[in-house]
Write a protein that binds this ligand. Structure first.
Ligand SMILES: Nc1nc2c(c(=O)[nH]1)N[C@H]1C(S)=C(S)[C@@H](COP(=O)(O)OP(=O)(O)OC[C@H]3O[C@@H](n4cnc5c(=O)[nH]c(N)nc54)[C@H](O)[C@@H]3O)O[C@H]1N2
Ligand SMILES: Nc1nc2c(c(=O)[nH]1)N[C@H]1C(S)=C(S)[C@@H](COP(=O)(O)OP(=O)(O)OC[C@H]3O[C@@H](n4cnc5c(=O)[nH]c(N)nc54)[C@H](O)[C@@H]3O)O[C@H]1N2
Ligand SMILES: [Mo]
Length: 795
């Protein structure tokens, strides 16, 4: 079936209805460059999507050494052939004429092209001088959720045991830190319990702060196909906006932003009140039930209705759905993760599954979702704050395992305190203790909160910044050295999606100019720095993706994320879910089918934290609370958002996504089909709220907070009153006139306005709640008509 531009109009494609318990029918999506027919394609190269976390498997079409299209892989377990609009069109960005093709170094204030030797010498000279003068704590590495597993593992080893710094984190801190933390709090260890196949069996599906229709279009197609088939599932949606998910839900609750804990406590209250808990399961597999039951007791639907500003009857109806479910599937994403009680709320969804005994069986899926394509790998490999292989920094045996593996003394691996989270890394750079910041595969000058501050941190003279990217992004423009990276389709390695499915992405074409893979760049740095193990051998002895993968397999052996049964050859046949070992070669669809396996004090990745303060629990306390390694039911009191509305800032600002763009649009903004669908920033208010503010649809407005302002056209849409929504995709690189949003601060990036603040447990920033006001800049009638009608408002 040809994917004509109608996939911009209909992101989910045609329906293939199916019944519960039957396999999801395949549907092969294809898009080729105009004028190219399928039989003109020279080669099809296996790959998977990198523009979301779903891991949709595809083949890249290559003709005469160039990418000319993509086709979904019908045999793959994740997508059965389907692709979303970003994947169908997004590959065109690879060939964008403004790709970086040579390294750049800053001389006399200007970035100028140079060769690799010059650029790398500039970095290693500075590195050696800093190591000598200030030691490893002067180094910070800020990486991505979009590179490949082999690249993260290499970075983790060179940063932790080569430089010896623990200032290493990923943009996964902004993305899935809460997913990881919530799983660690409840199950002792990261690792997604559920499987996408649970969508084929579930009788009830609950989405918490997850606009799946826009952000995981293929998974939403799976839901739509179930809804179109016999015995469709019942749907619950919790989102302040009337998203496409909300429109299909039996119950839609639109809470005040930042009140998820109050709502979830009431839902737990209702399940317990209806006596729909699974006592045997609770006794066998959990600790903490009595405390949880007592904690949610006061959260009656009426009380929480007052806090969340939703009807009490709606909470009761949602409670009935959850209590009656026999096969409950829940997903959680940024509406929960990017708020002040992120982990506390996400853990309550775990609790829902634990008290109902709904884990490890078909249809009983719990998905603490990922967002980025390889966020899972960042976490597994320890390129975020945690140690590789989900090892516990407080457990000396775990640190010794790593030390043996890398052949270094244990004290070479920093583990004296909690890992440095991304916003703290920027704080250290601001204060001057971090002097070299190496940014790979992320664009913090658009994606971090409070951009005026981030720009000033990055622009400091005393901070040496390396940026490794495909394009001269807003961040790269502030760098001292810019390294041109090879993109997806130009390098080989694996990436693991949100349900633990590992896919192989192979090199289809050569990178442009002198661009190199991130793996080659990291290996080159390790070699030039001459990092050694304790016997004088090279610390990083691998040299290509395959040998890096083999090194990672050894690191993963015996840990929950065990890759020892996976090979590149096997991955060419299709995705495999970890853990996968030689005696379990088909992988593991669901965790915890036979009880909780990774929470034992000797195995667990963490001893846990207090859900309100984030204070760590120590090993003695954990051993006495949970000696047998069961799941921990942790309760949390609701606390109001940190920055609440005032007469001067009467609205709550939330930010998020549209279906057509990926993050800071470095790829999707360079693709005509996608860019034309949503070319510029807009702001959303409910029609009632707009009227109250004296505004109408199409007016040019400014959304202001104490940090800054965003100028945008107003769209009136169905959503909560009192709330304003901005998509966060738009930086300034293609602003008409190319202006940078300094001056009056009237920029396009939502993060001009967001606040520097984070969840105390996961340290994930609060992109979804701050106080704002809106002011009129110009009436619609006085402005030129828009040239195209953005379609993004639907999703
Ligand atoms: N098209 C597209 N797809 C993507 C991406 C992209 O940029 N574009 N990015 C990928 C990545 S990295 C990620 S992390 C995911 C994110 O995927 P999602 O989490 O689905 O996306 P968001 O739009 O950030 O937020 C989801 C919803 O949270 C709601 N929300 C806001 N505040 C609250 C609240 O207090 N409570 C509740 N319950 N809901 C609230 C918002 O209204 C919004 O609809 O998407 C992935 N997929
Ligand atoms: N206000 C607000 N802010 C948010 C969010 C929100 O909902 N609201 N969401 C947050 C979330 S969940 C996320 S994940 C972040 C995303 O924020 P970012 O990570 O900053 O967003 P991207 O635009 O994906 O940046 C990735 C960069 O890597 C480059 N790149 C792509 N592939 C490669 C590669 O193979 N190698 C290298 N070296 N570079 C590559 C791209 O060109 C791009 O510049 O934003 C966060 N910020
Ligand atoms: Mo994300």
């Amino acid at each position: 079936m040809d994917a004509t531009p109608t996939r911009v109009q209909n992101p989910w494609g045609p329906r293939t209805p199916y019944a519960p318990g039957t396999p999801w029918p395949p549907r092969t999506d294809l898009h080729l460059a105009p004028g190219i027919a399928e039989d003109q394609v020279d080669r099809w190269v296996p790959a998977a999507s990198v523009l979301h976390s779903n891991g949709d498997a595809m083949d890249i079409a290559v003709r005469q050494g160039r990418i000319v299209g993509v086709r979904g892989r019908a045999g793959d377990r994740v997508n059965r052939g389907r692709l979303g609009p970003k994947d169908l069109y997004g590959w065109q960005a690879n060939a964008s004429p403004d790709r970086l093709t040579r390294p750049l170094i800053r001389d006399d204030g200007t970035l100028r092209p140079c060769d690799w030797d010059t650029a790398m010498a500039r970095i290693t000279d500075r590195s050696r001088a800093l190591l000598e003068e200030r030691g490893p704590g002067a180094f910070g590495f800020y990486t991505s959720g979009q590179l490949l597993l082999e690249e993260y593992y290499t970075l983790a080893v060179l940063a932790r045991a080569g430089i010896g710094t623990h200032h290493l984190d990923g943009n996964t801190r902004l993305c899935t830190a809460t997913a990881a933390e919530a799983l660690k709090e409840s199950f002792g260890c990261d690792g997604q319990p559920g499987s996408y196949e649970d969508f084929d069996h579930a009788d009830t599906i609950a989405l918490f702060g997850h606009n799946m229709a826009a952000t995981q279009t293929v998974l939403w197609s799976r839901v739509l196909d179930r809804l179109a088939g016999t015995a469709p599932p019942r749907l619950l949606c919790v989102d302040p906006r009337v998203t496409p998910v909300a429109r299909r839900a039996e119950v839609h609750l639109a809470p005040r932003p930042g009140t998820n804990v109050a709502l979830l406590n009431a839902l737990l209250h209702e399940v317990i009140r209806r006596d729909r808990v699974d006592r045997d399961w609770i006794d066998a597999h959990t600790v903490g039930y009595e405390e949880l039951a007592a904690a949610v007791e006061p959260y009656t639907p009426r009380r929480s209705a007052g806090i969340c500003d939703v009807p009490a009857a709606g909470i009761e109806h949602a409670g009935e759905l959850l209590a009656d479910a026999e096969r409950l599937l829940s997903t959680v994403l940024q509406g929960v993760y990017q708020s002040h009680q992120a982990t506390a709320a996400a853990v309550q969804v775990n609790n829902l599954h634990l008290i109902r005994g709904m884990l490890g069986r078909p249809g009983c899926g719990l998905l603490q979702m990922n967002g980025q394509p390889s966020a899972e790998n960042t976490r597994e490999c320890g390129a975020d704050g945690d140690l590789p292989g989900f090892r516990n920094w407080q457990n000396d045996t775990h640190v010794e395992e790593l030390a043996r593996l890398w052949n270094v003394p244990p004290d070479r691996i920093p583990h004296f305190g909690p890992p440095t989270h991304a916003l703290q890394i920027f704080r250290y750079a601001e204060q001057g203790s971090i002097r070299l910041l190496w940014i790979s595969g992320t664009n913090p000058a658009v994606s971090l909160p409070e951009l005026a501050r981030i720009r000033s941190v990055l622009a400091q003279e005393r901070l040496f910044t390396v940026v490794q990217d495909l394009f001269l992004t807003e961040t790269a423009q502030l760098a001292d050295v810019v390294l041109p990276a090879a993109a997806w389709g130009e390098k080989t390695g694996v990436l693991t999606n949100a349900d633990r499915t590992v896919h192989l992405v192979e090199k289809a074409v050569e990178p442009p100019g002198e661009a190199r893979s991130d793996l080659d760049i990291f290996l080159d740095y390790a070699a030039r720095m001459d990092f050694r193990d304790q016997d004088g051998g090279p610390l990083v002895p691998w040299h290509d993706p395959r040998s890096a993968f083999a090194a990672w397999q050894k690191c993963s052996a015996g840990r929950p994320c065990d890759y020892t049964g996976i090979t590149y050859e096997r991955l060419r046949e299709g995705g495999i879910q970890w853990p996968c070992t030689p005696d379990r070669p088909d992988g593991t669809p669901r965790l915890y089918g036979d009880g909780i396996s990774f929470a034992h004090p000797d195995v667990c990745e963490t001893y846990g934290k207090d859900l309100v303060t984030g204070a760590g629990v120590d090993v003695t306390e954990y051993r006495s609370l949970n000696p047998d390694g069961k799941a921990v039911l942790k309760a949390a009191e609701y606390l109001p958002p940190h920055e609440d509305v005032t007469p001067e800032h009467p609205l709550q600002l939330i930010t998020g996504r549209t279906v057509y763009h990926f993050h800071t649009r470095t790829k999707t903004g360079r693709v005509p089909e996608l860019n034309d669908a949503a070319p510029d920033v807009w702001a959303e208010l409910s029609p009632e709220e707009a009227a109250r503010q004296g505004l109408s649809d199409g007016d040019l407005i400014e959304v202001r907070t104490p940090r800054g302002a965003v100028r945008a056209r107003l769209r009136t849409v169905a959503m909560r009153d009192g709330t304003v929504f901005l998509p966060f995709h738009y930086g300034y690189w293609d602003t008409p006139g190319g202006h940078r949003p300094e001056g009056d601060g009237a920029g396009r990036a939502a993060n001009e306005a967001t606040v520097t603040d984070w969840d105390p447990v996961s340290k994930q920033p609060l992109f979804k709640t701050c106080a704002a006001r809106v002011v009129l800049v110009a009436r619609r009638d006085s402005l030129a008509q828009r040239t195209s009608t953005p379609a993004g408002s639907r999703t």
